[in-house]
Design a protein around this ligand. Sequence first.
Ligand SMILES: [Zn+2]
Length: 216
Amino acid sequence: MQRFEGLWKSRRSNVVECFDCQRKQEVSGAATSTICPSCSAHIDLSDYKITTNFSRSVRTKGEVYVTTKGDLSSSSVRCRRALIEGRLRGNLDCAGTIVINTSGKIPGRISASEIVIEKRAEVQFFRRVRVGNIEIRGRVLGEVVADGMVTIRKNGVLEGNVTAKAINVEKGGTFSGQIVVGRGALQQAELLSNETPTVSNPPEGSISLARPLPAT
Ligand SMILES: [Zn+2]
């Protein structure tokens, strides 16, 4: 958590983008809200520390921290970054990184530019996870759609289908599932077109590769 907090607290000012019109502005690191100079929309900048049941919708440029006793069940949470150490039952969309350091089922829609699954975390995603890059140090069961790289670290496990630009399974990491890798893979998988997707060669390490996604 220190490392996580350090990323934000050290900043004197932040550039934030309006949720509605995408106009960027610089704000003080201490500010808890601001007004968009273009469209006058209110922009929440506050951080949310969730230590109990929480079901309100949140739209903030700040961070969301769900503690071990926290239970986030909101249908819509948008934030800059999130650290999940408790339950996550709702939908979560982060412009930056989601760090998951908890175990259990995650039924909601999860998207972020980066997701990190920490070492002791064992999670099952019920819905397809949409992400830029994902780094797996723990265990993940579920489907991952990544614009960028899927990295499975030593002792990390990913069971489920993957669509990504690239996948990197480090020695001691395990991947089992179907895989679509390479340019255009995302679109092909989404559209279920008849073109044959590009499939990677199995990387070194303990990896079991299934056949590519059937093009139906
Ligand atoms: Zn605006």
